[in-house]
Design a binder for this molecule. Structure first.
Ligand code: AMP
Length: 440
């Protein structure tokens, strides 16, 4: 399959060529023709699959084709993202892919002065990328109108719900036309997402390039059992022994992220922490240093890390496991991007054992548990579910665990009520859910 067969215009093909992509990724080859055909699309896609281009390319083409002559430039496409970082990243993509088109874009998000954003909106914008809060804020102030919106895109919809944006989303649905094309991208499809998708789309087409809640195949996942107190030393040793350069480490808390970055710095490993308490400029700066290899380690909380675009990231570390198993999928989506192999390493202590099980349940897959030499846990190994194997003295190859007591799980598939919403569902109306939503 080549990009030439997808119905994209020469200007877009030129931009794709400039990016150096030779073939469309599976999500792109499936979603692009449907979107060009003006279908509503619900897509199950993780970060790293090329999903941004999958919606940006056809949306730009539609906007270019339907552009009105004259001065007025109403906002005709809106991309909603959960975080500032993802918004900025999508905007970068829009600019790259739209380089040879005559379209204007802007990005708006909170945490920064609104004036430059307002000025950009005043100049006229065809496609706007926004986080929900700032969008509503500027709308309330009368700086933007969505009355002419033609295409509404939700990027990382699951994360938007996790971050509590449902109420904002409902408010946004009140200020966009009911007649529109809706595209929703989500790494995971919980029952909440399915409900939202059902409310906002009209006879949608489903695009699924990987089984829901599955992790990218090229990510080598490893789980190490270790005492909590030993985690920092073990991680430092792994980074130093492996001579790893770009390491993204996830912690559960902002304090934890700061503390770990400081400890690493003391051991001579350059590191920076990014989380919600850091200013936007500090986060952008840390990310830039990480990308340019000026620092080896970026320690991040889930929310801060969302949407970071770091191509070919070799190592992702779960210093602590996330409470929400879906976050594990998002975290390790940072490695093995667009076909490159990566390694996702999780360090878990005794108290986190239930979280390992949650992840295994979500993925429908059992993981081998390793113990690193010199960091043997003082506590008893968690009573291994009989079907799991423990590999002692690991840290090297990580394979060949001694597979004792293997037992099949009766239902190896994902749990957690993830209705497989597969198949096309027809909707009788294109509605914007609850009309009774009170205004904030
Ligand atoms: P995304 O899933 O949108 O975050 O994209 C992940 C990465 O894949 C980004 O760095 C893109 O630039 C890259 N990418 C997107 N589409 C392609 C493609 N068709 N071929 C190669 N790389 C791609």
């Amino acid at each position: 399959m080549s990009f030439n067969t997808l119905g994209l215009s020469p200007a877009l093909l030129k931009a794709i060529d400039k990016k150096g992509y030779s073939n469309p990724s599976p999500i792109q080859s499936q979603a692009i023709p449907l979107i060009l055909d003006r279908k509503d699309v619900l897509a199950s896609a993780q970060t790293g699959t090329g999903k941004t281009a999958a919606f940006t390319l056809p949306v730009l083409q539609i906007l270019q084709k339907t552009a009105q002559k004259g001065k007025r430039r109403p906002i005709r496409a809106l991309v909603l993202t959960p975080t500032r970082e993802l918004a900025a990243q999508v905007h970068d993509n829009v600019r790259d892919y739209g380089e040879f088109l005559n379209l204007r874009s802007a990005v708006i998000f909170g945490g920064v002065n609104q004036n430059p954003q307002v000025s950009a909106l005043r100049r006229g914008v065809d496609i706007l990328i926004a986080t929900p809060g700032r969008l509503l804020d500027l709308h309330t102030q009368g700086h933007l109108s969505l009355a002419d919106l033609d295409i509404l895109i939700f990027d990382e919809a699951d994360r938007m719900l996790d971050m509590g944006f449902l109420r904002d989303i409902k408010r946004i649905l009140h200020i966009v036309p009911e007649e529109r094309q809706t595209l929703l991208f989500s790494a995971t499809f919980s029952s909440d997402i399915l409900r939202l998708a059902k409310d906002i789309s009209h006879e949608p087409e489903w695009v699924e390039t990987a089984p829901k809640n599955s992790t990218a195949k090229k990510v080598h996942q490893r789980f190490f059992f270790v005492d909590r107190s030993q985690k920092p030393a073990m991680l430092c040793q792994m980074i130093q022994d492996g001579n790893w350069s770009q390491v993204l480490v996830f912690t559960r808390t902002k304090h934890g992220a700061n503390r770990l970055a400081q400890r690493m710095a003391k051991r001579g490993i350059t590191a920076a922490a990014i989380h919600g308490n850091k200013s936007q400029s500090a986060r952008t700066q840390a990310l830039a240093k990480f990308k340019s290899n000026d620092i080896r380690v970026l320690v991040a909380t889930d929310i801060a890390a969302r949407g970071l675009d770091i191509p070919l990231l070799p190592h992702v570390i779960n210093f602590e496991l996330p409470n929400i198993a879906e976050d594990y999928v998002h975290r390790i989506g940072r490695t093995g991007r667009a076909g490159a192999a990566g390694e996702a390493i999780s360090l878990f202590s005794h108290d986190e054992e239930p979280l390992v099980r949650k992840i295994e349940k979500l993925l429908g897959k059992r993981h081998k548990i390793e113990v690193k030499e010199g960091f043997e846990p003082s506590e008893e190994a968690p009573p291994p579910p009989a079907d799991r194997s423990i590999h002692r003295g690991g840290g090297g190859g990580g394979r060949g665990g001694n597979n004792r007591n293997r037992r099949r799980r009766p239902n190896g598939n994902s749990g957690g009520g993830n209705g497989n919403g597969g198949g096309n569902r027809s909707r009788s109306r294109r509605s914007s859910s609850s009309r009774r939503q009170p205004q904030k």
